[in-house]
Write a protein that binds this ligand. Structure first.
Ligand code: ZN
Ligand code: ZN
Length: 140
């Protein structure tokens, strides 16, 4: 079960809802990222559970941004947090495996990102963000 929180900057008013750390749901892992080019925080998918059987990866077809690196699969164009959240679990699959996902900004793979953990600085002005006491949302 993952949790998202509101984070708000007391100085510039920047506001966003992210997990603020590494977190996991039933079918994927996330990590909050700070993109230095966008000056935004994002929840990025870092691991995705996929069917471990022939043709199993095709069930990811709805996730149109998935591309794999060969020979060992690493997802290099990860789906967005929202896309995996809305994904329906494939039916009749008995075995799964976890695929690592390359950390990158959802806007551009060329952007410079690093992981961001609460308590951490505002991506706009650098003041520490304040976290809401209650989760904004429970997911997966
Ligand atoms: Zn700020
Ligand atoms: Zn970016």
């Amino acid at each position: 079960m993952g949790r998202s929180y509101w984070f708000e900057c007391p100085k510039c008013g920047y506001r966003t809802k992210v997990s603020g750390r590494a977190d996991r749901g039933l079918s994927f892992f996330v990590q909050t990222l700070l993109c230095r080019d966008c000056k935004e925080l994002y929840d990025a998918v870092t691991r995705l559970k996929v069917p471990d059987e022939p043709g199993g990866l095709r069930t990811l077809a709805g996730l149109d941004r998935v591309k794999f690196m060969k020979p060992s699969p690493v997802i290099i164009a990860p789906p967005t947090f929202q896309a995996v959240l809305n994904r329906l679990p494939p039916k009749g699959v008995k075995r799964y495996k976890w695929l690592p996902v390359k950390l990158q900004c959802p806007v551009s793979a060329l952007h410079r990102v690093r992981s961001w953990n609460d308590p951490g600085p505002c991506p706009k002005c650098g003041v520490f963000l304040e976290k809401s006491a209650l989760p904004y949302r429970l997911w997966d």
